[in-house]
Ligand binder design. Structure first.
Ligand SMILES: *Cc1c(COP(=O)(O)O)cnc(C)c1O
Length: 396
């Protein structure tokens, strides 16, 4: 695309075109480079590559053309200088912490984050002398008072899972910078199609590409996006040394996923809103959690910060766990699985799965009731999805 400035193009166009450089073969779709290493023209060229005098590929743990195309495309969509792709979303979080932190440093994190991220912080980073304090996502005073002299990172996921609480990214970024910290946002639920945290002042964006970036539940992958200094040097330096990098095949699948990201996210949002509104009118439902509903506590913030409310809808069914399980078991289309971000709709009972390891007190504190059901709304017909849930309610 040498004839136009890529940055001038609309999001949808960049999602399809950014980063592609055709080879001499003139291929239309992006090529996959399944090679572990690269050949040099001479001993002198090999030496120049290794010394860094001459740019270019050496080994696919360092660079790979298919992976680079994915990185450039996602960097463009998030509005970041640099992106590095990783083997999974968890590898993206590990690489960010390992690249930026050292023993004695401290993290302040939202309490409502992906369960495995909590375990990474408390079970593993703690072993290397990095402590984490957990605070309520939507309580700015709690964030402020948890920050210590040794705090380096504020970590947040918004909207939260499964209650869809929304954090004010611009406000947290201001707080982070006033206290000499970086704000890291896990943007897995919105994707850059609905939310660009770097534009709101965040320093680093994390992705599990496994979810909406793929969009069809095929591959595990992740990414970190931010500035050249931190992402391009500190985090990339850890990745190429420690090794949890993305395979070229997975990068190709995620490139295909990015090409349809805008239309898919809009379709997820439309279906999720329709289902959330329909659920609010059901007699068996106590409460619906969806940022697109007027009843949501951060509805106005979400409308300002996001270009759509996302595909995750949760609700409390009357009658606790027994009702929730009956409803889930009576559905025929929704897949009973904790995965999300797929064309296939999924249903989960958080209290006995994703949040099953918490004590009942911890669950109550986190707002996870026994009747809570989480839907990750896919791209099937919304009428079929309503009929499926109606089957569930009829079973109660
Ligand atoms: C799934 C998920 C992760 C972890 O990603 P993996 O690709 O499974 O390693 C991190 N954050 C959020 C919000 C997720 O949903």
């Amino acid at each position: 695309m040498s004839k136009v400035d890529e940055n001038e193009l609309a999001f949808e166009t960049r999602a399809i075109r950014a980063g592609q450089q055709r080879t001499a073969e003139g291929e239309h779709s992006e090529p996959i480079f399944p090679t572990s290493s690269y050949v040099f023209g001479s001993a002198a060229e090999a030496a120049a590559r290794f010394s860094g005098e001459q740019p270019g590929n050496i080994y696919s743990r360092f660079t790979n053309p298919t992976v680079r195309t994915f990185e450039q495309r996602l960097a463009s969509l998030e509005g970041g200088e640099r992106c590095v792709a990783t083997a999974s979303g968890m590898a993206a979080i590990l690489a960010t912490c390992a690249g930026l932190l050292k023993a004695g440093d401290h993290i302040v994190s939202s309490r409502s984050i992906f369960g495995t991220t909590t375990m990474l912080f408390t079970n593993y980073l703690a072993k290397f002398g990095i402590d984490t304090s957990f605070v309520a996502l939507t309580d700015p005073d709690a964030w402020s008072s948890a920050i210590r002299d040794s705090t380096r990172l504020l970590f947040v996921e918004t909207p939260s899972n499964p209650l869809t609480e929304v954090a004010d990214i611009a406000q947290l970024a201001k707080l982070a910078h006033a206290r000499d910290c970086l704000l890291v946002v896990d943007n897995c639920f919105c994707t850059p199609a609905l939310q660009q945290p770097l534009k709101d002042g965040a320093d680093i964006v994390i992705h599990s590409a496994t979810k909406y970036l793929d969009g069809q539940g095929r591959c595990i992958g992740g990414a970190v996006v931010g500035d050249e200094e931190r992402v391009g040097k500190d985090i990339y330096g850890f990745l190429r040394t420690a090794g949890p990098t993305m395979s070229p095949f997975n990068a190709w699948v995620f490139l295909k996923g990015l090409e349809t990201l805008s239309v898919r996210m809009q379709a997820h949002c439309e279906r999720a809103l329709a289902l959330a509104q329909w659920l609010e009118a059901q007699a068996g439902v106590e409460r619906v959690y969806y940022p697109g509903l007027k009843s949501h506590p951060q509805h106005a913030l979400a409308a300002r910060q996001q270009q759509g409310s996302g595909g995750i809808v949760s609700f409390d069914v009357r009658g606790g766990k027994a009702s929730a399980w009956k409803l889930i078991d009576a559905t025929a289309i929704f897949s009973i699985t904790a995965n999300l971000g797929d064309t296939k709709s999924t249903v989960t009972h958080p209290a006995t799965t994703t949040h099953g390891r918490l004590t009942p007190e911890q669950r109550t504190e986190a707002g996870i009731g026994d009747g809570l059901i989480r839907l990750a709304v896919g791209l099937e017909s919304v009428d079929d999805l309503k009929a499926d849930l109606a089957r569930g309610f009829a079973a109660l």
